[in-house]
Design a protein around this ligand. Structure first.
Ligand SMILES: Cc1cc2nc3c(=O)[nH]c(=O)nc-3n(C[C@H](O)[C@H](O)[C@H](O)COP(=O)(O)O)c2cc1C
Length: 331
């Protein structure tokens, strides 16, 4: 499919995740083969009220090749200004968030609540589309108060969306239950624009199931938490020619084709190194804790190691805890 100006067959996309997909995380996920990355959701209004915050959220590195800015809002004029903003110039395309279930977003008539307001949603999409030559896509759920995903998806297509991303859960579901792959297959069968499938892809088995819906691309969110190497595990051939300088080690795979513990540890270090170049250490000490805990969970660390990480507020100490629990000898 054509995505953000590039022709990519079945792209694997790192999902937008507010408070998670920072510049370092997007860089390491890209290194491991995420074809496309999406920024955290950016408020079209806040972009003008507080450009500094948006600047931090939209930092990128050279590792990210195809990158999308995700915007949200309920005012077409602010959404238009957002896609034309110099702050977002470096992004290859725009995604409009019409799926966020967070109460503070819903109460402003933004995110998933737009699924109950098709005329406004349509106006936002067509206004953005007219305002830029780049692709404009829409990410949505199964429905807000009713399950109107098919009607909504067709509205996106008719309003000029270049493709859609469908997380097949209702707002009420949050993250409970399972993503409805039949609903994804239905949307794929009825639309003429590409459809990205999203929801519950954690491994090869679930990826295969998602692909059986006929989707044109797959977006991965929670499956990447503490595990940005998931993209390499799902598609090894995509990182055949990896940049050996990036993690500072020659080999990232062992003789059986598995990513080594050393490569994983170097990934955590690289994630942090990139953040340290851009952010204040005090802020980072707080922010990075959740990532440390996700990394520890993925690497099956014991409860006592996780407790140590949860209470440690010195980043180098945390790295040492991970390194020794992991049995990594190289510094
Ligand atoms: C911590 C977190 C933050 C998220 N933030 C966003 C966001 O900013 N924009 C968005 O469209 N979706 C957001 N999502 C939803 C994900 O992009 C994705 O649709 C959802 O997690 C389902 O995919 P998964 O099953 O692969 O996780 C977020 C999800 C999580 C877990």
């Amino acid at each position: 499919m054509k995505i953000a100006g590039e022709e990519i067959e079945l792209p694997l996309i790192l999902a937008p995740m507010a408070g998670v997909t920072d510049v370092g995380f997007r860089a390491v996920a890209s290194f491991f083969g995420a074809d496309v990355t999406v920024s955290e959701m950016l408020s079209a209004r806040a972009m003008f009220a507080n450009p500094t915050k948006t600047q931090y959220m939209t930092l990128t590195t050279e590792q990210e090749k195809v990158k999308i800015a995700q915007i949200f809002g309920h005012e077409p004029e602010f959404m238009q200004m957002a896609v034309q903003s110099p702050l977002l110039e470096k992004f290859n395309s725009f995604d409009i968030n019409m799926g966020c279930p967070a109460p503070k977003i819903i109460k402003n008539g933004e995110g998933a609540s737009l699924m109950d307001n098709l005329s406004l949603a349509s106006k936002i999409i067509s206004t953005c589309k007219k305002a830029t030559t780049k692709q404009v896509s829409v990410k949505f759920r199964k429905g807000y108060r009713t399950e109107n995903f098919l009607e909504f998806a067709k509205m996106c297509e008719d309003s000029g969306a270049d493709y859609v991303t469908f997380h097949a859960r209702t707002v009420a579901q949050g993250y409970s239950g399972t993503a409805d792959y039949d609903a994804i297959a239905t949307v794929k069968a009825k639309l003429h624009i590409p459809v990205i499938g999203n929801g519950d892809v954690f491994d090869e088995k679930s990826l295969k199931l998602m692909c059986s819906t006929g989707v044109d691309g797959v977006m991965i969110g929670r499956g990447s938490l503490g595990k940005p190497w998931i993209f390499a595990e799902l598609s090894k051939d995509k990182i055949k020619n990896y940049d050996k300088g990036f993690l500072g080690i020659e080999n990232i795979f062992d003789s059986k084709g598995k990513i080594t513990n050393l490569a994983k540890f170097q990934t955590v270090k690289k994630h942090i190194e990139i953040l340290r170049e851009k952010f204040d250490e005090k802020w980072l000490e707080n922010y990075i804790r959740k990532h440390f805990l996700w990394y520890a969970r993925e690497l099956s660390m014991t409860a006592s190691v996780r407790n140590k990480l949860a209470t440690c507020d010195n980043i180098d100490e945390c790295l040492k805890i991970l390194q020794s629990s992991w049995g990594i000898s190289k510094d």
